[in-house]
Design a protein around this ligand. Structure first.
Ligand SMILES: *[C@@H]1O[C@H](CO)[C@@H](O)[C@H](O)[C@H]1NC(C)=O
Ligand SMILES: *[C@@H]1O[C@H](CO)[C@@H](O)[C@H](O)[C@H]1NC(C)=O
Length: 371
């Protein structure tokens, strides 16, 4: 993989070089109506989330995990492309960007973006396509809050519109995209994990999504771009997730022309709704995707117990809408066992371990259902 040198202080926006090789261009993942086309094949796809894979420090472990996904018939993997810290930790700790005083420093070292390089390289080797996102709404791995004191704001609501915060954010986006601009392992660039702006006018997020997606498009004319939101703010039964109070207007954001497809998540127990409610949540989004002629990605879903009984029903609902807006689903989240440390402990209760009976249901059976 070619590593393009960073141009941290460049001011003018210049498009980064596109893949020149025609075969390579043809295998860049893209939309095809309301479906995804991966390596030339348009169909419904399955995949998962692994926020933690870029934070592993052993390349062989990354390869093991990618090989498991590949032999299981998974195609799409969503990972954290951020790891923001307020002060730089020791050499052994992985982080991607640190803030101090009023400045930001991007860590391109062996414990920095080189770990994300290893994930992209391994994905290229195993035919896995990555969704890489750039910042977290939540404080896990830093999030917008890690930027606050350096860019002079005190809330996420201010972060979205503050020029200095957005300059740091765009500089970081450019640093990441520059490394993988021509990679066929990139499925899509994603603005954030679960962006919210509670109590804000929805225009705050729509403006930020518009500006950021236009910026990404100015750097990269090939890869898809998406938001990474939970799917709030749309017509439905009026329960909390359908409301606009977290600052999202789902259809307005998806209608933006540099947004390639829609994302939504599903966590009934955190949202005060029941598991069966999730089926209409899926089809409500599919309907908007169909109207706007863009694919819908059911990007995160999880429960703490009865994975198979609950999640396979949602998977079937999503797959059942494959000709009316639904394009793919990614469960939250992947678990595996690696040579260096044994069974990964990043188990938040929603984890499905490779080789478990839940894996057979949520992955093997689902992949067969897709065909
Ligand atoms: C994420 O966004 C919501 C809405 O703005 C906010 O309530 C929540 O506190 C945010 N998370 C963090 C860590 O700021
Ligand atoms: C999409 O982004 C490109 C690159 O920044 C920009 O030229 C174009 O105007 C954007 N599209 C819209 C509709 O804003």
């Amino acid at each position: 993989m070619k590593i393009i040198p960073l141009l941290l202080f460049s001011v003018a926006v210049a498009a980064l070089p596109a893949p020149t090789d025609l075969a390579k261009r043809a295998s860049i993942s893209k939309t095809d109506g309301t479906k995804f086309n991966i390596d030339g094949v348009t169909k419904y796809y399955a995949g998962t989330n692994s926020y933690w894979i870029p934070f592993l420090t052993n390349d062989a472990d990354v390869d093991t995990i990618m090989s498991h996904l590949s032999t299981s018939g998974h195609k799409i993997l969503r990972v954290w492309g951020f790891n923001d810290v307020k002060s730089s930790p020791g050499l052994g700790t992985v982080y991607f960007q640190s803030f101090s005083g009023s400045s930001a420093t991007i860590n391109t070292g062996a414990n920095g973006l080189q770990r994300l390089d290893a994930v992209v390289k391994s994905a290229e080797k195993y035919g896995i396509k990555l969704i890489i996102n750039f910042v977290n709404n939540w404080t896990d791995y830093g999030g917008m809050a890690a930027y606050f004191s350096a860019c002079g704001v005190t809330s996420n609501a201010q972060w979205y519109a503050a020029a200095k915060c957005q300059t740091f954010y765009q500089t970081y986006i450019k640093a990441v995209i520059s490394r993988y601009r021509t990679s066929t392992a990139i499925f899509a660039w994603e603005l954030a994990n679960e962006p919210r702006c509670q109590g804000c006018k929805t225009a705050v997020l729509t403006d930020w999504i518009s500006k950021t997606s236009n910026y990404i498009r100015s750097l990269d004319t090939d890869h898809m771009i998406t938001v990474g939101d939970e799917g709030f703010g749309l017509a439905g039964d009026g329960s909390y997730p359908y409301q606009f109070g977290e600052g999202n207007d789902w259809a307005a954001n998806l209608a933006l022309s540099n947004i390639s497809f829609g994302t939504f998540h599903l966590y009934p127990s955190s949202w005060g709704v029941n598991n069966a409610w999730g089926n209409a949540w899926i089809t409500a989004h599919a309907k908007i995707c169909q109207q706007l002629k863009k694919p819908c990605l059911f990007e995160e879903y999880g429960v703490a117990t009865d994975h198979c009984a609950v999640e396979n029903v949602w998977q079937k609902t999503s797959l059942g809408a494959k000709d009316s807006g639904m394009a793919a689903d990614l469960f939250w989240q992947l678990g595996d066992t690696i040579k260096s440390t044994g069974q990964l402990t990043s188990n938040d209760g929603n984890t499905i371990y490779y080789g478990s009976s839940d894996w057979k249901c949520i992955v093997d059976d689902h992949v067969k259902q897709i065909g």
